[in-house]
Design a protein around this ligand. Sequence first.
Ligand code: ATP
Ligand code: MG
Length: 233
Amino acid sequence: MENILKAEHVSREFKIGDGSIVHALTDIDLEVNEGELVCLRGRSGSGKTTLINILGALDRPDGGNVYFCGEDIVKLSDPKRDKLRRERLSFVFQSVALISTMTALENVEFSLRLAGHPIQGRTKRAKECLARVGLGKRMYHRPGELSGGEQQRVAIARAVANKPKIIFADEPTAALDSNTGTAVLALFRELVHDDGITVVMTTHDEAMMQLADVVYSLEDGEIVDTVRNDIPL
Ligand SMILES: Nc1ncnc2c1ncn2[C@@H]1O[C@H](COP(=O)(O)OP(=O)(O)OP(=O)(O)O)[C@@H](O)[C@H]1O
Ligand SMILES: [Mg+2]
């Protein structure tokens, strides 16, 4: 399996108001192979969001390197990082962040437009992706006319639409009840398995950890455990 993302000696600190420093991440090493579902776990404050933001080029570390397809993205200029994020990465957040005045279909089409997808084929691709997440019959609903789990599935359709190399998801099920959350997780697992997408997500959810190929456990900004599961195909 090809190594698509690699962090070496990544550290991140934050200065806070009283002048003290929080060491949010210390000497993080990790690897993500293409076509894997990788999970970051750990209690609140352990550094999961800080790490996923650095891996997804939303934030820069204070030390260390992050390689995406062999290229060190820490050293890239801001415009190059913006382009990388727009064209090759996708994000799913805990708060779904759909545009409330647009239908599900328009939300997915709009993000394809931002990613530079040509106008021809945008609608077709958006419809395919919504069908893929089981929302073929809800395409013309606005977010307010969808359940929480359905909204999160629109967000996943949007993340998948531009065929990203990696989807980063920071607690995508935290706002959902446990059944809906499990369905959303199963959808990620299916996308990884059927479409060869790579997913990096953070979670508190035990069920997710069993569905992941690799689980990294964080404690106080350090990786304290790495478990590799044998997922039956
Ligand atoms: N912008 C910031 N300024 C100062 N400290 C920060 C900042 N962002 C995060 N931290 C601190 O860094 C540590 C890690 O935070 P992070 O948000 O990565 O944790 P987390 O594991 O995602 O937690 P949760 O499960 O609650 O989302 C925490 O101690 C937090 O207080
Ligand atoms: Mg967090």
